[in-house]
Design a protein around this ligand. Sequence first.
Ligand SMILES: Nc1ncnc2c1ncn2[C@@H]1O[C@H](COP(=O)(O)OP(=O)(O)OP(=O)(O)O)[C@@H](O)[C@H]1O
Length: 568
Amino acid sequence: MASCDALLCKCPVSKNVSPQGFICRNSSHSFILVEGSSESSPSVDVTTNDSLSSTSCTTGTTSNSDNMSSLGENSANGELRSKRTAGYRVSCPGENCVHMSNFSIDEHDVGAESSEDSLSTSDGIENSPFVGFVHKPHMAHDGKWEAIQSVQSKEGPLGLHHFRLLKRLGCGDIGSVYLAELKGTKCCFAMKVMDKESLVKRKKLLRAQTEREILQGLDHPFLPSLYTHFDTEKFTCLVMEFCPGGDLHMLRQKQLRKHFSEPVVRFYAAEVLLALEYLHMMGIIYRDLKPENILVREDGHIMLSDFDLSLQCVVRPTLVKSASVTDSDHTKRVSAYCVRPICEAACITPACVAPVCIPPSCLVPKLLTSLSFKKSRKSKQDAGGIRSCSLPELLVEPTGARSMSFVGTHEYLAPEIIKGEGHGSAVDWWTFGILLYELLYGKTPFKGGGNRATLFNVVGQPLKFPDSPIVSHAAKDLIEGLLVKDPEERLACRRGAVEIKQHAFFEGVNWALVRSMAPPGIPGPFESNLLASRPTSNPLSRSATVSHVPGRLEESIPPGQYLEFNFF
Ligand SMILES: Nc1ncnc2c1ncn2[C@@H]1O[C@H](COP(=O)(O)OP(=O)(O)OP(=O)(O)O)[C@@H](O)[C@H]1O
């Protein structure tokens, strides 16, 4: 349940309509997504990492004539993707107008083909002395903030010369991530370095901008803190919290039987769930949940990473249950419900372009109509033991948002994405189900012989559970609820994360205190753990391991030696 205090609602102010015309707003705060592509071609653009060469991150593009091309019709290179690497997408210029009732979609992916997009001018803050500064209330006492601010106050805006790059941690579709020390301090950060020219050439500038905007707006214990960001002539850099514990994919591979025990899964899944819930409240559909993107912090808690495929929309709080009604009486009264105005804080979110307060009208909760409950999922919800509760219940989820993009990782793609039906926040609950399955069983449920087979399995094959390892009925029931192929019948599609939190699998979890729970493991000191032994490219990872900073940075830096900035 989203409490009034927890609410973070985005201003329903219209975003600047870009030259590509992404978003129009109608008179009743409803938004129409108009895809940015000016081309009227009905073709489907498929951008895939499969065309990456082993040494560069150049991306190939191919066209197909229908959405089912996503089921593995060959790209120029044979398959859409050969690995579990996120980053390919299909935009559908032929279906370029999606009407939404409550939400606006700021689909930066859409129309990312614009060559005039610019990372450095959208908010005009690059010229400010507080370049990259972001206010993060929950991090107020973090020493790293203090270190950054102290250097900034003495030396002005931070730049690459303030950091010493120690090691390349990995490489994604739009940039390389380095372990970076703030000079003169003992503070280490993860610095994502993206080559601006390469972003422009590969039409990824808007993806990079989306990621930065999302990161700037986040302030949650299980999501990355963006300490600062800056641009140089050649590079755009994000300075984030560094996670020394690796990712859950790597950790799972290290387990004796390549899967986690149920209590361990419960711990990690609970934290992921809270992070997703927060993202949805912020109007962000994550779209790339997989073990590779769940990093383990120094304290053993998790951090979701990689937001370049995420979708930004605007959410409006919706009352799904007023204060005095029972579950069977969802739609009775709105009077018992109050929304505390949060306008002072709310407009710092990235989707808000104009820094104005939320007009009162957007705080008026909309009662879900009985229509919304027509297809009630009583069986699965009952299995979760939904409690009758006298408190009002709010839905702050972008459940109505719809995107036509084809993004994600084959084994984790939701059926509605594959079928090109348009998708909303329910895709994150699907991927949450796949994640639970993989962490518990050591494999994903629909994996086929190739990517095409996998996609067909996702759409057409029923969910099956292996006999071993033995997994509890509650866990299987939760997975079944999440892996319902029809997104409208999927667990959490109506009441959001609360439906999952109340499921028997999470019985006993004190949701308010999850961040104080003892983690299953704590990474060793990263000097030895990471600097000395961790390979630059994790051989266990299914992520791309190619660089976006061609020829500029060393593959690996011997311990004790540093990459100095004259490399740039
Ligand atoms: N905060 C961090 N702390 C430690 N390692 C990180 C951090 N962020 C990223 N990494 C490492 O850097 C690698 C690259 O991350 P990045 O987010 O750029 O790309 P990715 O996860 O491979 O996905 P994509 O291709 O979609 O961008 C990750 O695989 C991870 O191993």
